[in-house]
Design a protein around this ligand. Structure first.
Ligand SMILES: Cc1ncc(C[n+]2csc(CCOP(=O)(O)OP(=O)(O)O)c2C)c(N)n1
Length: 316
């Protein structure tokens, strides 16, 4: 059962994520940032709940959808903006933008250069952890579209055979850019594919932090006990477009989907449970907005990345 302080923590981080991302989208509209952000609005509650079930040093790989993972891990807001803006002070020296935040002190290892490519990287990390007899588990978030890549099959098969300490989390938001899952995927649930690899698969509601935390906790316990990987499918809601400037012409549910916003549901829940009052949430909102604004000012005052950086950190 989820503790009240955990629920409050998940709400607080999700609220900060939503406000931060909304500001990033505005900075995009203002032309300060390129429109390369893939908003995670609607998915942050589940992302943060999932990470709340793990230790902060458990390696995290994510796909491109949103900033909730990094906010959950405490990556600096100004570093993330700097990554997007190509300014000094970012995590990847302007070389990866917001999609490739790599914050090693917070165990954030970003994603690969191609969609689904990270799945084989997380298997490699799992192999390293197993060889070191580490107690850590790798958590890897990706979308339903990525689960149709060959790398998904290779990764899950090998992780299963080797009983690697990996948790595969598919955030199924029903879309891959403008392609609905119904026309790209034959199975009802991505988690049903777990049976094909001989590993546990579970479907959870992305609006229910209890269910998400419970599923990830179970998967982590199995992984740490040497019982191998799990596939958890989060039924998610993509509230916004594929990327920050997506006009969403293809989408009939763009207006109605807002009624299912998990952050609104969670807000009401923390109020009903007496964990936070409306006034306290207003004060938190003002505080977070001030933190975000401070981060924006820091990045605006920072110099653009030096071109010499293009050749730093090259190993081949
Ligand atoms: C190998 C490869 N193919 C295509 C793309 C372009 N691309 C980027 S995101 C995306 C859709 C991803 O959909 P999904 O995995 O469901 O994640 P979501 O965007 O819904 O979070 C595509 C096709 C890519 N980056 N790499």
């Amino acid at each position: 059962m989820i503790q009240n302080d955990q629920l409050k923590h998940i709400f607080a981080k999700a609220l900060l994520t939503r406000l931060f991302e909304a500001r990033l989208i505005k900075l995009t509209a203002e032309g300060f940032l390129p429109p390369l952000l893939h908003p995670g609005a609607g998915q942050e509650v589940a992302q943060i709940a999932a990470l709340s079930a793990l230790n902060d040093d458990d390696p995290l790989l994510y796909s491109h959808r949103g900033v909730g993972y990094m906010v959950a891990r405490g990556t600096s807001l100004s570093a993330m903006i700097a990554d997007m803006a190509g300014r000094a002070g970012g995590t990847n020296n302007g070389k990866g933008g917001i999609m490739h935040v790599v914050d090693v002190p917070n165990a954030v290892y970003g994603e690969s250069g191609t969609l689904g490519g990270g799945l084989v990287l997380s298997v490699g990390m799992g192999m390293a952890l197993k060889r070191r007899r580490s107690d850590q588990v790798v958590i890897h978030f990706f979308g339903d579209g990525a689960s149709n890549r060959g790398t998904f099959h290779e990764a899950l098969n090998w992780a299963a055979v080797q009983k690697l300490p990996c948790i595969y989390v598919c955030e199924n938001n029903g879309w891959a850019v403008s392609v609905p899952t119904s026309v790209s995927t034959a199975v009802e649930n991505i988690a049903d594919r777990a049976a094909g690899y001989g590993i546990p698969g579970e479907v959870v509601d992305g609006a229910d932090p209890n269910a998400v935390m419970a599923a990830i906790s179970d998967a982590a316990r199995r992984a740490r006990a040497g019982e191998g990987p799990s596939l958890i499918e989060i039924k998610a809601i993509r509230l916004l477009g594929h990327y920050a400037a997506d006009p969403q012409d293809y989408r009939a549910d763009a207006a109605t989907v807002k009624e299912r916003d998990p952050l609104v549901t969670l807000r009401q829940r923390v109020i009903d449970l007496g964990l936070l009052s409306e006034a306290e949430i207003d004060a938190m909102t003002a505080d977070y907005e001030a933190q975000v604004e401070q981060a924006v000012e820091t990045v605006k005052a920072a110099p653009l990345i030096d071109a010499d950086q293009a050749f730093a950190d090259l190993y081949a």
